[in-house]
Design a protein around this ligand. Structure first.
Ligand SMILES: *[C@@H]1O[C@H](CO)[C@@H](O)[C@H](O)[C@H]1NC(C)=O
Ligand SMILES: *[C@@H]1O[C@H](CO)[C@@H](O)[C@H](O)[C@H]1NC(C)=O
Ligand SMILES: *[C@@H]1O[C@H](CO)[C@@H](O)[C@H](O)[C@H]1NC(C)=O
Ligand SMILES: *[C@@H]1O[C@H](CO)[C@@H](O)[C@H](O)[C@H]1NC(C)=O
Length: 350
């Protein structure tokens, strides 16, 4: 092969590469995307603190998802009761309810029944409240998402409560409480144990009125201490944080590596107001929300994502028009940012 033909080969290859990488993405893909519901429900997952899923933007969608979850939950509870002796559930049991699931999705994708534009027109004035000026700002969107997520969190707590409130009196006592399976199964070096999560001290701190029982509000705080307004519980969270820090700093395997610990040192110095080399829980209180992301933190993240996707004129806020023009940001996209990743999973149901 001559030098020239090799050069031509290379040129053609490069050209092809360029063509492939620059070919416009199928533009109409967007319009025909199917609205989706989340399908990977698992009752334990949401209390694991390792994972945080976006919440549905539209309360109606949230409602549909909740009803489906409830069904799966009831099935699971029934199954566990009926088959306590059986160690391993048959695989079929862990499958989502495809039939309900598909009916709900068909409903969402039937424009006559579920009109996305109509929904956004209806929701907009509920979001744009502070002030009602025709723009949905980051704060307004964050508040909106936070409200939705608090509803979802409370719903899950009610479910958890059913699980733990063995005598069905509407309260959970410490003796009734059993740590969730992810804590029981974990070895005690894992997150939950280190944090002293699920211990009596944590329980007592959640018990705002000190009657030895957690009602639903207190039980919700118990499960989500970073979102609590109960000062006793926040204090406990800070104390755990300090205990953790002290253990790590006295652990020889954590001997200083200045490059990575410098930011931590700096933060420490800033927080250690009285400069005694120790952080008191009072000194930690202002940053506890950063160490333990709250629902508000995630809601803000989700709001920022929504704005980044739908804000056509880049003024940092959304008009109704901009929302209507990017409906999938508010519906399927927030459940499923990467459309392709679960393609094979749903493919047979398309
Ligand atoms: C959906 O709602 C919008 C606004 O309310 C309306 O203009 C449109 O015709 C509706 N589409 C259908 C299919 O009903
Ligand atoms: C940690 O695990 C060991 C053995 O698995 C057990 O003996 C010990 O009691 C556990 N510690 C706590 C605090 O649960
Ligand atoms: C929690 O409170 C109960 C009284 O309600 C008390 O008996 C128990 O010792 C407390 N436990 C801890 C770890 O503080
Ligand atoms: C639960 O108890 C707390 C006081 O500890 C109270 O403020 C709250 O309203 C109670 N929640 C319910 C649902 O009764």
């Amino acid at each position: 092969m001559g030098k020239a033909s090799v050069l031509i080969y290379i040129a053609v290859a490069v050209l092809l590469l360029l063509l492939v990488s620059h070919s416009p993405k199928k533009p109409s893909h967007h319009r025909y995307r199917r609205l989706k519901l989340r399908s990977n429900f698992s009752p334990d997952k949401h209390s694991s603190h390792h994972h945080h899923e976006p919440v549905p933007f539209d309360p109606l969608v949230a409602d549909i998802e909740r009803k489906r979850e409830d069904k799966q939950w009831e099935k699971k509870m029934y199954f566990e009761q009926a088959h306590k002796e059986l160690e391993e559930a048959p695989a079929a049991e862990s499958q989502p309810e495809w039939e309900d699931f598909m009916n709900a999705e068909d409903y969402l994708n039937d424009e006559d029944k579920f009109n996305v534009t109509g929904r956004l027109v209806l929701l907009f004035p509920k979001i744009d409240v502070d002030p009602a000026d025709g723009y949905a700002t980051e704060n307004e969107l964050t508040d909106w998402i936070l409200k939705n997520s608090e509803r979802e969190v409370m719903h899950r707590t009610q479910r958890e409560m059913e699980l733990h409130d063995k005598n069905r009196d509407g309260f959970v006592s410490f003796s009734e409480y059993e740590p969730p399976s992810w804590v029981r199964n974990a070895d005690n070096t894992s997150f939950g144990y280190e944090m002293g999560w699920w211990k009596e001290e944590h329980f007592n701190a959640s018990d705002a009125d000190g009657d030895g029982l957690l009602n639903i509000t207190e039980f919700n705080d118990f499960q989500h201490p970073a979102d609590s307004k109960n000062p006793k519980l926040l204090q406990w969270l800070c104390q755990e944080e300090i205990r953790n820090y002290d253990e790590e700093s006295h652990n020889p395997s954590h001997e200083s590596d200045d490059s990575t610990e410098a930011p931590a040192r700096k933060l420490f110095a800033e927080l250690d107001k009285d400069g005694d080399g120790y952080l008191s829980d009072v000194e930690l209180l202002p940053v506890i929300g950063k160490l333990h992301p709250s629902e508000r933190y995630y809601a803000k993240q989700q709001a920022d994502y929504i704005i980044s996707q739908a804000d056509a004129d880049k003024d940092g806020r959304l008009t109704l028009r901009e929302m209507i023009d990017s409906p999938y940001v508010f519906y399927s996209a927030i459940f499923n940012e990467d459309d392709e990743s679960d393609y094979e999973y749903h493919d047979e149901f398309r």
